[in-house]
Write a protein that binds this ligand. Structure first.
Ligand code: NAD
Length: 337
């Protein structure tokens, strides 16, 4: 039984074939369609295993026909040893018989789907127009976030800040090849000046205060992606008390998100409620909105469904024999003999 394997080189070919901006557009559409079907999914907060230096998580979800899960870590000090903070592998299976269909690289795909989900939230929460984004933390996720906001909101300028000058220079280089104006800033305060959107994408397993309430101007949309684990937050709690806060899946966000600082009272809505029109997104030009992103399994499902469809369409990926072919399903012994 053939299981499609999409490795890093395959995903690179696939995104090149479609074009990065068009891939992002299709991904945002896939995410919106999945969130619109929220009630059809069996959901759970992801089980997290806390290990020295980080966390390792499994992220399962299913509807009636497809089951998906991702293996993903978060090790903020990995870059000091030459390793990425986040790496991931995902799998999509046929829920009706449990047979795997696709095994995919998900390190890059996670960055794409995280950015796509941020863009989907911004569709409902950011003021229009939003041309300037502040980006605090310019590590692995940074360019993906910039691309998604360019595609979805028409962002033209990114005001970037990172404590690591090399990461900042890397982002400035890549950002300009995306056609963005990149303003390299010397502090968070400088970066957020005049920004319509503030994205925080830093990594430290700490109750950090990357963004303080005093720096948040009326009307700003905050896209917080780095606070995604118990004891790991980026926003001063006072921001959450005065802002309209949207999460992905409340049971998981209360454990992992910025709202671990406040409890459920600070939550205005789950993202699917905005996508389905059950609750309003932004209502006033001067309100502060927050997408408190932690990353939810439904986003991996959507990304894997898109990869499976495009990989089939363009004949990308390798067929593997990860599942035995059996003439008699009760004769597993024959697989060895
Ligand atoms: P990374 O380690 O590659 O980049 C993080 C960057 O933040 C680094 O360049 C670091 O120098 C910078 N930084 C750290 N402290 C800072 C500070 N005080 N001010 C400014 N910059 C600072 O990590 P990454 O892969 O880009 O991930 C960024 C964060 O997003 C991580 O916390 C990760 O766990 C999280 N993440 C969330 C999701 C989600 O779905 N919400 C998905 C993927 C990653």
């Amino acid at each position: 039984v053939s299981v499609r394997l999409v490795g890093g080189a395959d995903l690179k070919r696939l995104v090149a074939r479609v074009g990065a901006a068009e891939f992002m557009r299709q991904l945002i559409a896939e995410l919106a369609a999945a969130y619109a079907r929220w009630d059809e999914f069996e959901k759970m907060a992801r089980p997290a295993t806390h290990v020295p230096g980080g966390v390792i998580e499994l992220m399962p979800i299913s509807d009636a026909t497809r089951y998906a899960f991702k293996y993903v870590n978060g090790h903020p000090r990995n870059p000091e040893q030459g390793y990425a903070t986040v790496v991931a592998i995902g799998m999509l299976t046929d829920a009706t018989n449990g047979y795997p269909l696709l095994v995919s690289e998900m390190t890059v795909l996670t960055a794409l789907r995280t950015a796509g989900t941020s863009a989907l939230a911004a569709r409902h929460l950011a003021r229009r127009p939003s041309r300037t984004m502040a980006l605090i933390g310019t590590g692995a996720q940074a360019e993906f976030q910039a691309l998604a906001f360019q595609v979805e909101c028409g962002v033209t300028t990114v005001r970037a800040y990172d404590t690591d000058p090399a990461a900042l220079a890397k982002f400035a280089r890549h950002g300009r090849t995306l056609g963005l104006g990149v303003v390299v800033c010397g502090s968070v305060a400088e970066a957020v000046t005049g920004a319509d959107i503030i994205t925080t994408a830093t990594a430290a397993k700490a109750r950090a205060r990357i963004l303080t309430d005093a720096l948040v101007a009326p009307g700003v949309h905050i896209n917080g992606i780095g606070g995604d684990c118990p004891g790991k937050t980026e926003l001063e709690a006072a921001i959450l008390s005065r802002a309209k806060v949207v999460v992905e899946f409340t049971p998981q966000s209360l454990i992992e998100g910025e709202v671990q600082q406040t409890g459920a009272a600070a939550i205005h809505a789950e993202l699917h409620e905005l996508v389905r029109g059950l609750k309003p997104g932004r209502e006033r030009a001067d309100e502060v909105t927050v997408f408190d992103s932690v990353g939810f399994a439904l986003e991996d499902y959507a990304a894997l469904m898109l990869v499976q469809r495009l990989a089939t369409q363009y004949g990308i990926g390798q067929a593997t024999d990860l599942i035995p072919d059996l003439a008699d399903p009760k004769d597993l012994w024959s697989a060895l003999h």
